[in-house]
Design a binder for this molecule. Structure first.
Ligand SMILES: [Zn+2]
Length: 295
């Protein structure tokens, strides 16, 4: 038998608890503790490369030598610091290209960066350290994108499984752009080996996108920023606006897959009302800010 008096009392207590919890949650001071922390994104560059424009745009302006930035990104998400690409190896900094890449590769790409343009210095500049980095998302393992993988032994490395296999044993015609010394001491690192897309934090704000074509396991990164909107960090899936507008990329593992990936990024761009940010687009890079964050 339920004691009606006790039951009434218990019910009253429950109601009171509910009211008091609601009251607490509604007070401005409590709400203040749960203020949304914005994602911050810094676009920086690992110096420049200087090369034949035909490497970027097939059958267009072949023979024209251009200098382009090597874009990379530091992204501060409330649940962890993320890099998208680590740039060109620190060993080529301050005029030491040939001693690390060798004469042939330097003649083709002329990699140039100051020591201050290496990813660890960019991190320091914005108040972070190498050990703060939780995830390194690498677009692909070419020499200007995965060059400093070994600088981050404590991070989780997010790569496509196909890319790591290709990096270790590239197709013969692709071999030149992979520098084994960039990652041969990183075999025992912690890899999140993907086979397709992946929502990094499960909140839709940072989604790795399979954009194979440039290489076997190329991946781009979609980042949703509150004020800036949706950015599609293309990596080398889209080198320049010309590729976005239909010009076939020069260096590709598979032209057909490359073109499908460009179309995929353009469809997402339109769906999200976002922007594609290129890896090697001089004009776009120069129009962006690099000394503070997009949020
Ligand atoms: Zn590149």
């Amino acid at each position: 038998m339920i004691n009606p008096v006790k039951s009434k009392y218990t019910m009253g207590l429950k109601v009171n608890r509910r009211v008091s919890l609601y009251t607490v949650l509604s007070t401005p001071s409590f709400a203040g503790h749960h203020e949304e922390k914005l994602i911050k994104l810094f676009q920086v560059n690992s110096g420049i490369i200087e090369m034949d424009k035909g490497y970027l745009t097939a059958m267009r302006d072949v023979g024209t030598i251009i200098k382009v930035p090597v874009a990379m990104y530091i992204i501060d998400h409330p649940r962890g610091l993320v890099l998208y690409d680590t740039g060109t190896n620190v060993a080529i900094a301050d005029g030491n290209c040939a001693s690390y890449w060798g004469e042939g590769l330097c003649a083709a790409f002329h990699g140039r960066q100051t020591r201050d343009e290496v990813i660890d210095r960019w991190l320091e500049k914005f108040g972070y350290s190498v050990s703060d980095v939780k995830y390194v998302v690498t677009s692909h393992m070419h020499l200007d994108h995965g060059g400093n993988t070994e600088m981050f032994p404590d991070a989780v490395h997010v790569v496509q499984k196909a890319e790591m296999q290709a990096a270790w044993w590239p197709e013969k015609f692709q071999r030149a752009a992979f520098v084994l010394a960039d990652y041969d001491d990183a075999r025992d690192f912690d890899y999140l080996q993907l086979e397709g897309d992946f929502d990094l934090f499960g909140d839709g704000t940072m989604v790795v996108l399979d954009t194979k074509g440039h290489t076997q396991g190329h991946q781009s990164l979609m980042v949703k920023l509150k004020n800036t909107g949706t950015l599609l960090l293309a990596g080398d899936a889209v080198y320049t606006p010309e590729n976005e507008n239909g010009v076939t990329p020069g260096i590709t593992w598979s032209t057909n897959e490359s073109m499908k990936s460009i179309d995929r990024l353009k469809m997402i761009r339109d769906r999200e009302q976002g922007e594609i940010w290129y890896s090697h687009g001089r004009a776009q890079f120069d129009s962006h800010k690099h000394d503070s964050a997009y949020d």
